[in-house]
Design a protein around this ligand. Structure first.
Ligand code: HEC
Ligand code: HEC
Ligand code: HEC
Ligand code: HEC
Length: 123
């Protein structure tokens, strides 16, 4: 009886620790393509109330905190995209870089969050 309780407690601890490990990162330094400009400090968790996970992780409908360990980094598809029309993180243009399209467009729309180059890429 006692051993069963201990085993159950052990399994619970394992479950708790594995869900803690899977938690999405609070702050991410985005440096996928940093070359000309400095890496970007991105307050990831501060955005969870502002948008669905899948509005940014747009290929992963239904992504949630519970399934965070399945999240794919943008770099997987946007560093050296297969198609020339796919936005790429090496682009300076506000219309051709997936981060500029995603981040800057929303900040402009909401009139909140940084929109100037140096606000995101400090010198
Ligand atoms: C809302 C934040 C944000 C703003 C505003 C922004 N950027 Fe970026 N930019 C990013 C992110 C995120 C990346 C990806 C960073 C990386 O890969 O290192 C990036 C990547 C880049 C890159 C390609 C990577 C590199 O370092 O060569 C260039 C060039 C760049 N931005 C220039 C600009 C310029 C010029 C402006 C102003 C017109 C600007 N950015 C405004 C977030 C921003
Ligand atoms: C406002 C846009 C946005 C929202 C909302 C968002 N994310 Fe992210 N997430 C990102 C960006 C950008 C990265 C960095 C990817 C990169 O560096 O290529 C990232 C990275 C991650 C990573 C790390 C991936 C890795 O292997 O490096 C996880 C895990 C993650 N997100 C999970 C989530 C979950 C779960 C949610 C919803 C609760 C969420 N994200 C909401 C934009 C977002
Ligand atoms: C599994 C591959 C994959 C992943 C992971 C991925 N993307 Fe994309 N993304 C694409 C492809 C492919 C396109 C071009 C889509 C098209 O042409 O219809 C695209 C297009 C985009 C666009 C342009 C959409 C438009 O309407 O112009 C943005 C912005 C974008 N991605 C942002 C991101 C961000 C931010 C992340 C990470 C949080 C990310 N993507 C992760 C494959 C991916
Ligand atoms: C769905 C809309 C949306 C998207 C997408 C988005 N943001 Fe934001 N972001 C906001 C809003 C709204 C705020 C202002 C939040 C506030 O003031 O409480 C903000 C604030 C910020 C801030 C300032 C936080 C602070 O403490 O002042 C940074 C930095 C930032 N965003 C970076 C990014 C980057 C980098 C991306 C893309 C990877 C991104 N955001 C994508 C809506 C968005």
């Amino acid at each position: 009886m006692y051993n069963l309780k201990l085993a159950a407690a052990g399994i619970l601890a394992l479950l708790l620790s594995s869900s803690a490990l899977a938690a999405p990162p609070d702050v991410i330094t985005i440096d996928d393509c940093a070359a000309k400009k400095s890496p970007v400090e991105f307050p990831h968790a501060a955005h969870f109330e502002l948008a669905e996970c899948s509005s940014c992780h747009h290929t992963q409908e239904g992504l949630s905190k519970e399934t965070a360990d399945q999240a794919k980094p943008c770099s997987e598809c946007h560093n050296t995209p297969e198609k020339a029309t796919t936005p790429s993180c090496g682009e300076t243009s506000l219309k051709k870089n997936q981060f500029h399209i995603n981040c800057v467009a929303c900040h402009k729309e909401k009139e909140a969050g940084p929109t100037k180059c140096n606000d995101c890429h400090p010198k």
